[in-house]
Write a protein that binds this ligand. Structure first.
Ligand code: BGC
Length: 441
């Protein structure tokens, strides 16, 4: 049977983040945000997927292996391993040693993120990423993690989605610390570049063969109608959201709207490029929206199934658009300049799992096309393994390949998990799947 084959050694995994699955992360700024009632429906993370107390990662990794996955991306919770400045928690490091060993025993390659949105309360009290004081703190944390866990992992992500962190925390004020200050958001980005650069070198000092990168969130902005003003707005959004951080990692110059920040130490600090890609946005000019550079996102267009409130909530953010994934990969392939690209996140929330199988097949077909066209993609991590705590959306949005009954913590793989398992097992996208889900390209 014809199949779109993927390169040998391709990584097929899923991604998670500590605060979204562990439960009981009481010592970080997200827990405080939850306590302050900032989550929709007054939800709270509580025990999440019970990875911490009940060690339920074991069962989840059993399922991942049974589903033919060969990699998993997760994050270390800084507030657990360093609950107070300079104090290392032995129990927490022992926990992460058990987690990483559990992955390795099941043949899953670990990819470990150091910062996935949450900050320890003591780091927040010092201004977190708002001041350069974070840089030596993050460097010390990275060094300690490499010493404690380096025999179990050599594949690292320093930061998850700096742009999302800066935008939601410092422009639209929906995430902690809930500020709305464009200048401060830009300073946060500068400090993130500095923190990343210091952590990159720290990891390499302890572990010379380490592979270190960043998980970049890229969004494909498109003009709603090809009107000139829409195009100008789209170009500005694209430049700020998708380009400035990546370009600064190439030449040490962060091209801010009001000047250039110089971070020479950022040059050459990526061994691979991590891409989190979800959707595109159709944008029309709107002078009332300075926070989005005067662009308004149009309501998303249907993609095959009837929308329930969950899908509508998500589609409010953008269009499902495999073709834009392809074009983003082509651009990123040139940017990568010979370095490997890993899709460190891609996924969709879909309670009834009606759309997810098609989504997977369509995005993976686009990824395959991009690889044929020369994009050096070496692995794909679906977001996410098990339905989990979706930040301010609480538990309402379900991205998992596996459902979780929160009352009993019983897991149930969804139909899409079997589709993904087949692709991972065959390291290929079978023609049959393309036909079944109605794609000809
Ligand atoms: C984040 C994840 C999140 C996912 C779905 C990404 O931006 O890294 O933590 O759960 O999107 O919204």
């Amino acid at each position: 049977m014809n199949a779109r084959q993927f390169p040998d050694g391709f990584l097929w995994g899923t991604a998670t983040a500590a605060h979204q699955v562990e439960g009981g992360n009481t010592n970080n700024d997200w827990w405080a945000w939850e306590e302050a009632g900032r989550i929709k429906g007054d939800d709270r993370s509580i025990v999440a997927c019970d990875w911490w107390r009940g060690e339920r990662y074991r069962g989840d990794f059993d399922l991942a292996r049974a589903l033919h996955q060969n990699a998993h991306r997760l994050s270390i919770e800084w507030s657990r391993v360093e609950p107070r400045a300079g104090e290392w928690d032995r129990e927490a490091f022992a926990f992460y040693r058990r987690v990483l060993s559990a992955l390795r025993e099941r043949g899953l390659v670990p990819l470990v993120t150091l910062h996935h949105f949450a900050n320890p309360l003591w780091v927040r009290a010092r201004g977190a990423w708002e001041t350069p004081a974070i840089v030596p703190l993050f460097e010390r944390f990275a060094t300690q993690v490499a010493h404690e866990l380096g025999d179990l992992c050599d594949f690292w992500i320093t930061l998850n989605e700096p742009m999302v962190y800066a935008y939601t925390g410092y422009v639209n004020a929906q995430w902690p610390p809930g500020k709305s200050d464009f200048g401060l958001a830009m300073r946060v980005l500068v400090n993130m570049l500095r923190g990343h650069s210091a952590a990159y070198r720290a990891l390499h000092r302890v572990q010379p063969h380490a592979r270190v990168g960043i998980a970049h969130n890229l969004l494909a902005f498109k003009p709603a109608k090809p009107a000139t003003l829409n195009r100008i707005v789209v170009n500005a959004q694209n430049q700020i959201y998708n380009r400035i951080f990546l370009l600064a990692l190439q030449d040490g110059r962060l091209r801010l709207p009001l000047g250039v920040g110089r971070i020479p130490e950022a040059v050459g600090t990526q061994d691979f490029i991590g891409l989190n890609f979800y959707f595109s946005r159709r944008v029309a000019v709107d002078w009332r929206q300075p926070g989005t550079l005067f662009g308004r996102t149009l309501p998303a267009q249907p993609w095959g199934v009837a929308y329930d409130d969950e899908l509508l909530g998500w589609f409010g953010k953008g269009d499902i658009d495999p073709d834009s994934f392809y074009h983003t990969l082509i651009w990123l392939g040139k940017y990568a300049d010979g370095k490997p690209i890993y899709i460190t996140e891609n996924g969709v929330c879909d309670r009834n799992d009606e759309l997810r199988p098609r989504y997977l097949v369509a995005y993976l077909a686009a990824m395959w096309r991009a690889i044929q066209a020369g994009a050096p993609v070496k692995g794909y991590f679906y977001w996410t393994l098990v339905d989990n705590f979706e930040w301010i959306e609480g538990y309402a949005l379900r991205f998992g390949l596996i459902a979780n009954d929160r009352a009993t913590q019983q897991r149930a793989p969804k139909p899409s998990a079997a589709v993904y398992a087949r692709i991972a097992r065959e390291n290929a996208l079978a023609e049959e799947l393309i036909e079944q889900y109605g794609f000809s390209s």
